[in-house]
Write a protein that binds this ligand. Structure first.
Ligand code: FMN
Length: 318
């Protein structure tokens, strides 16, 4: 069974972005579910021996905190033996196991993983069955609509197989793999998926405001919405969406609130081994839309350490 979600708005998995510090901020701001960055099943299996000998804990490979729960771990990779092993290894630590069938990055699709799997119906069926039989925790799925424009409706078949095999929820980002991030997410496909599937459906794509979230829910009938780029450096969005869905209005956040929020992020990163390059990327995003933001970003881009980032952000208070 799926856990109960405290909000209809979820934080999307984003490699290099949805680190444990940002996830915790989004959770505290009211996200109903947060998902780890995608993780290779082979990298998990490679750590199996160390985990069994208790020399290492899962936290050394996939960092998280209990405050993030319910927490979903996202896996990618299609080797069935490795998939079964990896799912069993991560199961005790996470509340949901999510499977990635959407990633358009060539280094992922070339290894028959991510979005490339959408056109491999037989393998997909085996993957779902392997995962669902390997673990007792709920298995969910994140997909794009198809691979190319010619097969942009592949999600229909995949959703049917998913339901038959015991997948518990589907997130649809209605762009094709070959589209990357171009064009707009075609929400009519989310509506269609909701109509043909009995599973809870999460609508994803191009939500950047509380109004967008409400329109997605209203127009498609989806059960939840998932937000990626709109939540980058902007954990407030979850609180705003929750307020808007409840009362029809929401508070705006000031420039100072945004800097405070970055310092909170920075504080949280101290508990984790997050790469400086990723922290720098977050600093760039927290300054988006700020007065003087572009000057700050040019300084951030050449900063060398956390101390420098703190100085740049502190100067912004003046
Ligand atoms: C930097 C970045 C990294 C991403 N990494 C992942 C990932 O690890 N797993 C995944 O399923 N999707 C990943 N995505 C896709 C997002 O989860 C989401 O589906 C997509 O960005 C569309 O939603 P949005 O318009 O709200 O950003 C990533 C997106 C971005 C921008």
């Amino acid at each position: 069974m799926l856990p109960k979600f405290s909000s209809k708005a979820f934080l999307a998995p984003m490699a290099g972005v949805s680190d444990p510090a940002l996830r915790l901020q989004c959770k505290r701001a009211g996200a109903g579910l947060v998902v780890t960055e995608f993780t290779s099943i082979h990298s998990i299996v490679a750590k199996q021996a160390q985990l069994q000998e208790k020399m290492k804990t899962i936290q050394e490979f996939i960092e998280y905190s209990d405050e993030e729960r319910p927490l979903s771990v996202q896996l990618f990779g299609s080797d069935l033996v490795a998939l079964e092993k990896a799912a069993k290894i991560v199961e005790p630590f996470f509340d949901i196991i999510d499977y990635n069938m959407g990633c358009p990055a060539p280094h992922i699709t070339q290894q028959m993983a991510g979005g490339a799997l959408l056109q491999e119906i037989n393998l997909t069926q085996q993957i779902f069955s392997t995962l669902v039989n390997a673990v007792k925790k709920p298995v969910t799925l994140k997909i794009r609509s198809g691979v190319t424009d010619a097969n942009r409706l592949l999600f229909r078949d995949i959703a049917e197989i998913a339901e038959d095999e015991g997948i518990k929820m589907i997130t649809l980002h209605p762009r094709t793999v070959s589209q990357g991030y171009s064009g707009t997410a075609d929400r009519t496909l989310i509506k269609e998926l909701k109509e043909i599937s009995n599973l809870p459906i999460v609508g994803n794509g191009d939500i950047t405001t509380p109004e967008d979230a409400k329109t997605m829910l209203d127009d498609t009938g989806c059960d939840y919405v998932m937000i990626g780029r709109g939540a980058m450096g902007n954990p407030f969005l979850f609180e705003q969406i929750n307020d808007y869905l409840k009362t029809g209005s929401y508070p705006e956040y000031s420039f100072r609130d945004k800097i405070d929020s970055f310092f909170e992020y920075l504080h949280l990163t101290r508990q984790y081994k997050i790469k400086f390059a990723n922290i720098k990327g977050q600093a760039m995003r927290f300054t988006r839309g700020m007065r003087g933001g572009s000057k700050m970003r040019s300084e951030i881009s050449v900063s060398k350490d956390i101390g420098e980032l703190e100085r740049i952000m502190n100067d912004a208070y003046k």
